[in-house]
Design a protein around this ligand. Structure first.
Ligand code: 5AD
Ligand code: SF4
Length: 462
């Protein structure tokens, strides 16, 4: 009989990549993918806990699955990812419909953990439901007592030997390192993803070459802090060298990497980008705040001036760099003056886009205990002012593309089937009317840009 799995994925690109690995292991166990979770035999919720808003949304979804479990008690509900690592067994207490909690260290042993779970469940099914003193045991309760796997943070293999089932047929996520050692004071990631560990360059290059053989032509090297890649190997400029070697693989047409930490962004990396034909000129450099004092209390390891110098360096080597960032407003103790420093920095740099967040208190992090937490209304008011400013800058940046012809890789039709979308090498979203034409996934299309909006540009294909 056919067996189906459905993965509900939340959070960052690392989670998307982990989901492709879970999918690979599920297919090895004979499951097929299905979009409707009501029809699945296994539902895997891959979670994020970077902000409270994400957690609330995911908790709502897990709550929804209660009815699915009631309708079909045989369905297996797994919760994986950062929230699973953070909350562990409490998740099963809070949501009894959850069968298995999979911590972030078990991404590549998920297949084994699931197989053992299924075997034990089967054994229990077959065992008689009475224990020695003759009292009967609720079978459901016994199955609930099966072990999860979530505690140990260091058992993941860094070398990848398995198979991924990728969503895209032309773009591949390639994790190059896991974890983070930075301990920015607001951030929960180091606690739920553990210490930094890197894959060997050979293992990464083997996966890229295999990707090319399978028809992939666009690659993104992933890590919480890619500039720290290879530090534990004791090699200098390991990330710049890795980037250059992946760039040199025949068949790699576009290359991206994320996320960079401004403190660790080496000149050598910028030089490699500048000298390459394929590496995107997109630099995502999360600044978080424009106030040196707030940056210090965030433990970011750079000042406002250091950051501005880095931007100068990037633009010196790569004059047409597309620069984006992440910003948190309302960090504990952030004054109006600090916030003004952020607004001024945003103007000075002229980011193509900024991902902006209100500070979210994550218990267990140092910032959660800091004094002068900012009221939500004030945080939101600052966020709105920041977004208004950034939106106008993004629009101006996008307007500078009007009249130019850009190469996009076609991704598919948008909601309106006559309008296609795709991305430029610098990751700008482009829409154009297909006029009855259909494109292959990832097909290179030349589009002449005619109009610009805040988040995208529109044009016509030649
Ligand atoms: N509150 C708000 N935003 C956060 N980020 C990380 N932790 C928090 C938090 N506690 C943001 C940072 C980071 C991005 C991925 O998420 O800006 O760069
Ligand atoms: Fe979190 Fe800072 Fe590590 Fe990024 S670098 S994952 S913000 S601790």
């Amino acid at each position: 009989m056919d067996k189906f799995y459905c993965i509900l994925n939340y959070g960052c690109q690392m989670n998307e990549s982990d989901a492709e690995h879970y999918a690979g292991q599920l297919q090895e166990l004979g499951y097929q993918s299905i979009d409707d979770f009501h029809k699945a035999d296994i539902i895997l919720v891959n979670t994020c806990c970077v902000r409270e808003s994400a957690e609330k949304r995911i908790a709502g979804k897990i709550g929804e699955l209660k009815a699915v479990k009631t309708a079909n008690p045989d369905v297996i509900i797994c919760v994986a990812g950062c929230m699973a690592q953070k909350d562990g067994e409490n998740l099963r207490k809070k949501h009894p419909q959850v069968d298995l909690v999979i911590g972030t260290s078990y991404v590549d042993s998920f297949g084994r953990v699931l197989r053992e779970f299924l075997e034990k469940k089967h054994e229990m099914r077959n065992a008689e439901c009475t224990i020695k003193d003759g009292s009967s045991v609720d079978l459901k309760k016994r199955v609930k007592k099966l072990p999860s796997a979530f505690c140990d943070l260091r058992v993941n293999e860094t070398e990848f030997e398995g198979q991924r089932v990728r969503k895209s047929s032309f773009h591949a996520w390639i994790p190059i390192m896991y974890g983070c050692n930075n301990f920015c004071t607001y951030c929960i990631v180091p606690y739920v993803r553990g210490r930094e560990r890197s894959r060997s360059a050979e293992n990464i290059l083997a996966e890229v070459r295999q990707g090319v053989e399978q028809g992939y032509k666009e690659f993104t090297l992933l890590g919480q802090n890619v500039n720290s890649y290879g530090k534990e190997f004791g090699e200098k400029n390991a990330f710049a060298k890795l980037l250059a070697s992946v760039d040199a693989v025949d068949g790699v047409e576009r290359l991206h990497y994320m996320t960079s930490h401004p403190r660790d962004m080496q000149k050598e990396v910028i030089e490699v980008v500048a000298g390459s034909m394929h590496i995107s000129h997109h630099f995502h450099l999360p600044v978080q705040s424009g106030s040196t004092e707030i940056l210090r209390r965030m433990n970011r390891g750079y000042s406002r001036e250091d950051y501005l110098q880095l931007i100068e360096l990037v633009r010196h080597y790569v004059p047409d760099a597309v620069i984006t960032t992440d910003i948190i407003v309302g960090f504990p103790g952030e004054t109006e003056k600090d916030f003004q420093d952020t607004l001024a920095l945003v103007k000075e740099v002229g980011f193509d886009a900024a991902f902006t967040f209100v500070y979210s208190k994550r218990s267990g992090t140092p910032a959660a205990k800091m004094e002068k937490q900012i009221p939500l209304a004030e945080k939101k008011e600052r966020l709105n002012r920041l977004m208004d400013l950034e939106n106008s800058i993004s629009l101006e940046k996008n307007k500078s593309l009007v009249g130019k012809t850009v190469e996009v890789f076609a991704e598919g039709p948008s909601k309106n089937k006559n309008i296609w979308n795709g991305r430029t090498r610098e990751n700008k979203l482009v829409l154009w009317p297909c006029e009855g034409k259909s494109y292959r996934d990832g097909e290179a299309v030349q589009v002449k840009i005619e109009t610009a909006q805040t988040w995208l540009v529109k044009g016509i294909s030649n």
